[in-house]
Design a protein around this ligand. Structure first.
Ligand SMILES: Nc1nc2c(ncn2[C@@H]2O[C@H](COP(=O)(O)OP(=O)(O)OP(=O)(O)O)[C@@H](O)[C@H]2O)c(=O)[nH]1
Ligand SMILES: [Mg+2]
Length: 489
């Protein structure tokens, strides 16, 4: 248990309806008691736990009232940190909050470090490390799906999986150590076979989790999409249409967009980071040239490229340069401006095609469609395509077939992990290290190496997985994790 009491403003700084100063630690109640006065002379130390009490925070040295407040005393251990926690609900302006915090600090609390409340929840055993990490994922979640995955992890979904796999390793380990204690006994072939099978089964469980990471990354960071094409084809217009607001500048002059512009977007539950880019063309203008360089880099970085073609003009050399650049990447080609009369070489709306254009594009992409960024025509189909393409990518990674077409169905490979998706690179690395250690165990058993070596590798596997839940950890790991948090969480 920590001796000191920490305090911080736990709500965002700025104007709001209310703002909260939070304290946690042994002296939390007595510190606030010194500053609090209730019209009915209620004492915080005698009040019922987890109930709001109305009153005022006063500066005891000047006896001036700083703010009218509602205070909640939450007695240990049923609190966020498992320590005594006091929350002071102030009026939401920055001045009252700062003054209340300052008084609290002068009365014996110390400023909390980023994430320190959550760190205490971990150190005091209320949550494990992967749950603590889910807190920050939840705070940062950009879509319903990423929120769902974070809540699942926070409620212990990943921890349970890891813990049960660890328990199974531990019992094999105990089995093997028993043989070490009786060196005259040998493991019987049948018993050896069943140990090897059990290890394989545990490894399969770990692989399912490890494979879910690529999808997990999308939920955490967003699936990265770059909109590219030559100048004036309607890239910025498409970004605006997808976002439903005028985010990017659109003009009829080619070369309008000079810099990358990135926004978050929710495509039917898939969190997407979408980038508008500068039109790609040869240019001697310095700023535009830099912009084009960034567009080319965006093509390299993205998970999916949407290449835009202007359907009212013939394909030109600039289009060809773009098409060549994107043809080996996961891509969709959107022929824009379908609200205008198409260029005669374009495929005709509603079926039949003109000459060349469509076939030509098919060499560059399996996904060619027509849209109008202006009227919104085709955008729903585009979103479906984005979803398809993103899931095909993750399906490949889990080695499943590509027959399903609905989103929910396509997610079925993840039913194997019962909705537990690994989103954190730290967890993925630990799981992969665990798999490596188990591979070493199987190899050592098969080549009849001394059982001490087998047991050592098994303990290594246990430790690697222990890093995920925090049963094995270092100060360095903890600092790295909790420094990512905001102060007051
Ligand atoms: N009719 C019609 N006009 C469009 C459509 N999409 C874009 N435009 C027009 O095409 C012109 C260029 O649009 P932008 O969105 O600025 O094109 P861009 O590709 O971002 O251009 P750069 O930033 O210069 O590379 C503007 O005049 C738009 O109004 C469309 O679907 N239909
Ligand atoms: Mg633009």
């Amino acid at each position: 248990m920590n001796d000191d009491t920490i305090a911080a403003i736990s709500t965002p700084l700025g104007e709001g309806g209310i703002g909260i100063v939070r304290l946690s630690g042994r002296d939390a109640v007595s510190i606030v008691e010194k500053l609090f006065s209730s019209p009915k002379n209620k004492k915080l130390s005698e009040s019922e736990s987890h109930k709001l009490i109305h009153g005022f925070i006063k500066n005891p040295s000047t006896n001036t009232t700083i703010d009218e407040v509602l205070v909640t005393v939450m007695k240990a251990p049923k609190t966020y940190t498992k320590e005594d926690v006091v929350e002071i609900n102030c009026h939401g302006g920055i001045l009252p909050l700062r003054e209340v915090l300052e008084l609290v600090l002068r009365s014996g609390a110390r400023p909390a470090e980023p994430g320190e409340f959550t760190k205490r929840a971990f150190l005091n055993g209320r949550i494990d490390l992967s749950q603590a990490e889910a807190v920050i994922d939840l705070i940062r979640a950009k879509t319903d799906e990423s929120r769902r995955v974070a809540v699942e992890q926070l409620s212990g979904g990943l921890s349970e999986k890891i813990t049960s796999l660890r328990d199974r390793i531990a019992s094999i380990c105990a089995h093997i150590e028993a043989y070490i204690d009786f060196p005259e006994e040998e493991i019987e072939p049948a018993s050896l076979e069943s140990i090897l099978n059990e290890i394989q089964d545990i490894k399969n469980g770990l692989s399912i989790l490890s494979n879910s990471f690529e999808e997990g990354r999308f939920f955490r960071e967003g699936f990265k999409i770059a909109i590219v094409g030559r100048p004036n084809v309607g890239k910025s217009s498409l970004l605006n249409a997808l976002l439903n607001r005028d985010r990017a500048i659109v003009t009829e002059t080619p070369g309008t967009t000079r810099d990358l512009l990135e926004e978050y977007l929710n495509v039917k539950g898939l969190p997407v980071r979408i980038m508008d880019t500068a039109g790609i063309r040869e240019t001697h203008e310095m700023a535009e040239r830099e912009g084009v360089m960034r567009s080319l880099k965006a093509i390299d970085d993205a998970d999916l490229i949407i290449g835009i073609i202007d359907g009212t003009t013939p394909l030109n050399n600039e289009d060809m340069v773009v098409l060549e650049k994107i043809k080996d990447k996961k891509n969709i080609i959107a022929i824009n401006k379908s609200d205008l009369p198409p260029h005669p070489s374009l495929p005709l709306k509603g079926g039949g095609s003109g000459w060349g254009f469509e076939n030509c594009l098919k060499q560059y992409s399996q996904n060619v469609l027509m849209i109008s960024a202006k009227t919104g025509e085709g955008l729903d189909t585009l979103k479906d395509k984005i979803l398809d393409v993103s899931l095909i990518k993750s399906q490949k990674l889990v080695g499943a077939t590509l027959s399903e077409d609905s989103y929910r169905e396509v997610r079925s490979p993840f039913d194997e992990s019962e909705g537990v998706i690994v989103t954190n690179i730290r967890h993925k690395v630990a799981i992969d290290n665990g798999i490596t250690a188990l591979n070493n165990v199987s190899a050592a058993l098969r080549s009849l190496l001394p059982l001490e070596i087998v047991a050592m590798e098994m303990r290594d596997a246990l430790d690697r997985l222990g890093e995920i839940v925090g049963s094995v950890t270092t100060e360095d790991i903890l600092n790295r994790i909790f420094s990512e948090f905001c102060i007051g969480k």
